[in-house]
Design a protein around this ligand. Structure first.
Ligand code: AMP
Length: 397
């Protein structure tokens, strides 16, 4: 359970509340093309407004690399957020983020008012967690609320540095939900607990595999990373994604799983192609027998059925990483089968952000999952068992 103070533990009446949101939304020609992150921020904002706080919102948007870039201004977010909240969100258009506009707007605020600061990454110090910008942000407020899970694995001024200069730092509802679901799933799961890992590389998921082998009953592996396991066990993988340097590691993981009594499921068949192209020639072969010149781009139908069957037994499932190159429709069946299996089960299902979250949503299974994390990198670090700086910085209960 969450041992961090949240917005439910504080009284913000008449106080200036700096809220670190995740308004890192996709923009096209100045228009927001996906407003999920704005909608997701509303419960915390509405609660703080109803309690009579004076809200100063901040966020990063894209990667302006420490200088003002008009195309990455948060101005369009202020407009849309005003509509979603049904009240004005005043935009403080300071290129230095904490500037004369922000200070004057904060000075003039009444209880329940909302202002939005400019993109925090307009400042070079932001991603370096510099003291000066952290102090400037803190000088605007009495209380700090962090509701940006997507950046919780980074120590930046607007989510970590600022907390050194305010007495009260708590988490918002979005953060609380992420910590509760991911934390509970990993540390206190209802069993059987199954983790499904996919994606391109073994090397980027090593810490996740190691941490999860200590916790799960079954570990399912698919996607590009599975070929390193095949090769390590003596299979041929053709031109599939392969990290030769990690073959020994893969063997160690297979051994560790055995020692711990963890069931490790690897693909038994594979959809192969003669080019990395949706329209390439395709066929299904045994996973350990991929011919020269062919590459594995998806788990095969037998594997998909085996994984779906395994999921049926689970009470908790965590999934991170697609089962194949799912962006190409001809190689999306394995990822789709896993998404469907998760949608069909009564188990607690947690999708660890990034590609798997996108896949689940694209396929229309989003509302069938217990929790879809809003943070790809942050959720992965959670699954690695790491303490996230953005979470650690909040006051303990
Ligand atoms: P990751 O960021 O490590 O989770 O990797 C996600 C990416 O891995 C997606 O873009 C997938 O297209 C890609 N991927 C998954 N399986 C394969 C595969 N068998 N061959 C090539 N790319 C793959």
């Amino acid at each position: 359970m969450l041992n961090k103070k949240s917005v439910d533990d504080i009284n913000v009446k008449g106080l200036k509340v700096l809220v670190r949101c995740d308004f890192n939304v996709p923009l096209k020609d100045g228009k927001i093309t996906d407003e999920n992150r704005l909608v997701a921020a509303l419960p915390t904002l509405k609660k703080l407004i109803a309690d009579g706080g004076r809200l100063i919102l901040c966020s990063h948007l894209g990667k302006p690399k420490g200088e003002p870039k008009p195309e990455l201004s948060l101005a369009p977010v202020a407009v849309r957020l005003s509509e979603l909240l049904g009240q004005e969100v005043k935009f403080a258009a300071d290129p230095e983020v904490v500037g004369p506009n922000a200070k004057a707007a904060v000075e003039a605020m009444k209880d329940g008012d909302v202002i939005l600061l400019e993109n925090t990454r307009y400042r070079k110090e932001e991603t370096k967690n510099g003291e000066e910008f952290s102090k400037e942000l803190a000088s605007l407020c009495d209380v700090f609320v962090n509701d940006a899970f997507g950046t919780a694995h980074r120590a930046h001024c607007s989510n970590v540095g600022v907390t050194q200069f305010v007495d009260t730092a708590v988490v918002g509802y979005l953060m609380q939900k992420e910590i509760d679901f991911l934390g509970n799933a990993v540390n206190n799961p209802e069993r059987p607990f199954i983790a499904i890992l996919g994606g391109a590389k073994v090397s980027s998921k090593i810490s996740v595999i190691e941490n999860l082998l200590d916790k799960v009953d079954t570990l399912i592996i698919g996607g590009g990373m599975s070929y390193t396991f095949s090769k390590a066990q003596g299979g041929t993988v053709g031109t599939s994604l392969l990290e030769e340097d990690y073959c020994e590691y893969a063997l160690n993981m297979i051994k560790k799983a055995e020692e711990k009594g963890v069931k490790l499921l690897l693909p038994i068949d594979t959809v192969i192609a003669d080019a990395f192209d949706n329209d390439a020639n395709r066929k299904v072969v045994d996973s350990n027998n991929i011919p020269d010149g062919w590459m594995g781009l998806d788990i095969g139908p037998k594997t998909a059925t085996m994984y779906a069957e395994a999921v049926k037994e689970a009470k908790t499932v965590v999934w991170n990483g697609p089962m194949g190159a799912f962006e190409m429709p001809n190689f999306a069946a394995g990822t789709e089968a896993v998404a469907k299996a998760l949608a069909d089960t009564d188990a607690v299902t947690i999708i660890g952000g990034g590609d798997s979250a996108a896949a689940v949503n694209q396929l229309g299974y989003g509302d069938k999952m217990t929790h879809i994390s809003t943070g790809g990198g942050a959720s992965l670090e959670f699954l690695e068992g790491k303490e996230l700086p953005g979470v650690a910085a909040a006051n303990d209960r």
